[in-house]
Design a protein around this ligand. Structure first.
Ligand SMILES: [Zn+2]
Length: 448
């Protein structure tokens, strides 16, 4: 009995062990990732937290939101000089109407946006890296009380500033937007404005990487300290799904394959490829339990978007007034942050954004042949409309697996695999001449 158990244990161990991962980095992207600096990030955070309040409705021109917006704009403009005229920056203002909730009267507010124009005029894709500039204390309507917002969301904005600094120097095929949103705490106002505008004007937003609370590695209550993990939240069922899309999803069991989930998997693979000592955790929900963030308005408009957040949150330093109570220091202060951790999260963002902006378009018309019963799976697709490719990866995973397990490289636009579509999920991604993968596309059935 003991022998049998031991044998079973061995089999299970071997069964569960994963094959080695091959780390193959593009030296250009590797160099950019290495430039992300904990010192730069720390400086931005201390600067941002030094404004008295970055509350959306704060009108203090010296130490409130308007001053903080000029600070971010100045940073963007200083990096733009290294971009050969490709980077431009603006404070994009708009009126957010009174909503009877967290906006009591019509208010003029603004997002701060840097645009790094792509080098290929035919490439209309836009990738967005974002965080929210506004801060709050306990009373979400208090626009005057001190609210340093070092981590929420000074951390996300610092990551956005640092990516703009590093990426401005390099050329990318697609356009990248670096956005410091306003009005997140008042009801996602800035992100809603931009997402609605993008939808109305037909922007081709191919991915949104939203960063909110990404710079602390120690949890309140449980006192876990771990700076090696970050979470990516991605929606399971698309918020914008139509009845027809729902029908297709159910018929092919694509419940774990939303476009945002593909983006999350992509960031995990590429982030872990370029950033050492960092594990990206996929969380199968669009945000934290019953919560939302600036990715939500983009999802609502049918765009692909995820949220990144630290693994271990500290609630003594979120939405709390700065004060001492029972020997505990409350408030969102920079001294409770982990800048080496923030460096790694920023680097994950950079690796993913640079790879995406350098990738060719996704393969088109991706199909799986279901015209006859077979234990083989035949996939076929067309070349992407955009960019040059050196080939494709056909991705495969068991139905119970979270991440793709195998990547088959081919230079053709069809591949037959001796694995049954009944037992595996498949997808296809293009590989650019410089080796960057596109986002993965799941196949639809080819029935006649
Ligand atoms: Zn936040």
């Amino acid at each position: 009995m003991r022998k049998t158990l031991f044998a079973l244990f061995l089999v299970l161990t071997i069964w569960n062990s994963h094959a080695q991962t091959i780390v193959d980095r593009n030296p250009k992207i590797e160099k950019l990732v290495a430039e992300v600096s904990a010192d730069s990030l720390k400086k931005y955070i201390y600067d941002l937290a030094a404004f008295n309040s970055r509350h959306t409705l704060s009108v203090d021109d010296k130490s409130g939101m308007p001053a903080a917006q000029r600070y971010v704009l100045d940073k963007f403009n200083s990096f733009a000089t290294a971009s050969n005229g490709r980077m431009t920056a603006e404070i994009a203002d708009f009126v957010t109407p009174a909503d009877g909730r967290r906006i009591t009267a019509d208010a003029k507010v603004a997002n701060v946006i840097a645009t790094l124009k792509g080098t290929d005029p035919a490439d209309d894709r836009i990738f967005i890296v974002s965080g929210h500039l506004d801060s709050r204390n306990k009373d979400v309507m208090d626009a005057e009380g001190g609210a340093p917002g070092a981590n929420d969301d000074g951390s996300g904005v610092a990551a956005v500033i640092e990516l703009a600094r590093v990426m401005a120097k390099m050329e990318f095929s697609a356009t990248v937007l670096f956005v410091a949103f306003t009005g997140e705490e008042q009801g996602l106002k800035g992100a809603t404005y931009l997402a609605d505008k993008a939808k109305t004007e037909g922007w081709n937003i191919a991915g949104v990487l939203n960063n909110d609370i990404v710079g602390n590695s120690n949890s309140s209550e449980t006192n876990i300290s771990d700076n090696t993990k970050v979470r990516i939240f991605s929606e399971t069922i698309s918020l914008s799904e139509t009845e027809q899309q729902a029908g297709l999803r159910r018929s092919i069991s694509a419940d774990n394959d939303s476009k945002s989930r593909q983006l999350a998997r992509y960031i995990k693979e590429v982030g872990e490829r370029y950033v050492d000592q960092m594990e990206v955790k996929l969380i199968y929900r669009s945000d934290r339990f019953l919560r939302g963030g600036d990715q939500t308005p983009f999802l609502r408009n049918g765009f692909t978007a995820i949220r990144m957040s630290e693994m271990n949150e500290n609630f003594y330093h979120q939405h709390e007034n700065v004060r001492m109570e029972n020997g505990i220091q409350y408030g969102d202060l920079p001294e409770f942050m982990d800048f080496e951790y923030l460096r790694k999260v920023s680097a994950v963002n950079l690796a993913a954004a640079a790879s995406l902006a350098n990738s060719a378009g996704v393969p088109e018309e991706v199909k799986i042949d279901v015209r006859g019963l077979s234990n083989k799976s035949i996939l076929l697709w067309n070349a992407p409309a955009l960019g040059k490719v050196k080939g494709y990866y056909v991705l495969m995973r068991e139905t119970s697996e979270s991440m793709w397990e195998k990547k088959f490289f081919t230079t053709e636009t069809t591949l037959t695999l001796p694995y049954s579509k009944d037992n595996y999920f498949f997808a296809v991604q293009s590989v650019s001449e410089t080796g960057e993968e596109s986002l993965a596309v799941i196949p639809v059935p080819l029935s006649r």
